[in-house]
Design a protein around this ligand. Sequence first.
Ligand SMILES: *[C@@H]1O[C@H](CO)[C@@H](O)[C@H](O)[C@H]1NC(C)=O
Ligand SMILES: *[C@@H]1O[C@H](CO)[C@@H](O)[C@H](O)[C@H]1NC(C)=O
Ligand SMILES: *[C@@H]1O[C@H](CO)[C@@H](O)[C@H](O)[C@H]1NC(C)=O
Ligand SMILES: *[C@@H]1O[C@H](CO)[C@@H](O)[C@H](O)[C@H]1NC(C)=O
Length: 428
Amino acid sequence: MHVKTASIVVAVFAATHAFALPKTEEWSKPKPWKNPTQHYFQNAELGPRPQFLITDMDEGWLKDRLSACSDMVAQPTKFSIGHRGGACLQFPEETRESIEAGTRMGAGILECDVAFTSDRELVCRHDQCDLHTTTNIVATDLNAKCTTPFTPAVNGTAATAKCCTSDITLAEFKSLCGKMDGFNASATTPEDFLHGTPAWRTDLYATCGTVLSHKEFLALVDSHGRDFTTELKQPRVPMPFGGDGSDYTQQRYAQQVIDEYRAAAIDPARVWLQSFEFDDVAYWLQADPAFGAQAVLLDESADLPGSSLAAAVANLSFYRDAGVRVVAPPLQYLVALGEGDEYVPSDYATTAKALGLKILTWSLERSGPLAQAAAAGDYYWSTIANGTHKDGDMYRLVDVLARQVGVLGIFSDWSATVTYYANCFGLF
Ligand SMILES: *[C@@H]1O[C@H](CO)[C@@H](O)[C@H](O)[C@H]1NC(C)=O
Ligand SMILES: *[C@@H]1O[C@H](CO)[C@@H](O)[C@H](O)[C@H]1NC(C)=O
Ligand SMILES: *[C@@H]1O[C@H](CO)[C@@H](O)[C@H](O)[C@H]1NC(C)=O
Ligand SMILES: *[C@@H]1O[C@H](CO)[C@@H](O)[C@H](O)[C@H]1NC(C)=O
């Protein structure tokens, strides 16, 4: 009896679907594909994460508003800035794969942090000396060229290595594989040292990330028709690089970034240069005002020894008077806790706005599960940790930054989260 019923069900299913599915030869026809090298990924693909965050929110108007957008066709938006490529929550940072995933997820501006190689070429790396945690270098012959080659853990002393872009040439850099940032301090072999990805990230896409020169980054992002943000990373070697008498000074390094944009004929209006060093921003303002106009002063000055948020606020008018137009503090500088668990704009936010400064902020989606992050004193949530309880709080933060602080854009390790909000609220 059961067998008979089951075979009837299968027969009905097969009959119904025989009409619904296209014939095999239809599948193999190429799809129309216009202009394959220019401006593809025109719609944003947001995946399941925004909905996961919204479902986790407390009931209320913001949850209703965001839920109402769940079937929208999303577009790229400059409000969504791809931090270290825009997908480094899951993809190796500063690689082609992170940038392509960030582009897919609608980031309108993509980031490359630059450092220089021994032959003075600019490459995308978040720190001049992070190759031992972001690439496979210690497990290659290039380990021998590292400032500090890999040393295994012995008797409870941690394994060490320090490998800098300035230790190797561009050609050598290009032979490396990008991986998730992390290392295994107990490693007794170079291969074991490469592990250490936090459990809430993944190694699924760390199958040899394509490392990029800054010139390759410009070509890649331009091919997608998106905008650019290049951060000049602080040198980890004395400048001028190459010793006394070398012409590779800090200013030469800062100028090289602009030279590469000029050589690629990219409109400065599409470019947001960034530095933590006021002197770099001052240099760009003076040397090339077209690029200086949108140069971003990254501000983490409240974290300096002996400093405070109040001291950082006090410095904002100095920057404004010096010609800086855009400041970018970390998320937590811009918000405070109001009544109950409400997030409200901080003194820093209201002062920067009153001075007419434009504001960008960094970095969303860097902290892992939020309940855990808030309890563990996570940097980016530190000023609102006592009002942060779950992942659904993500959009409460984005909402106060967007509608009350009025930031121009948010750097995120997972671009879809910001792209979703921006599309839902019409921020482009
Ligand atoms: C590690 O500890 C063992 C036992 O105490 C000792 O024999 C050995 O010399 C130590 N090795 C190093 C490199 O310190
Ligand atoms: C870290 O290295 C140690 C020693 O090589 C190894 O036993 C351990 O499995 C490694 N941990 C990971 C997560 O790979
Ligand atoms: C204020 O800005 C000046 C110039 O960059 C800097 O020297 C000083 O350390 C800053 N102070 C704080 C608290 O950020
Ligand atoms: C959070 O609450 C704890 C305990 O009440 C308190 O000590 C701490 O100062 C609060 N943190 C902030 C940033 O308000």
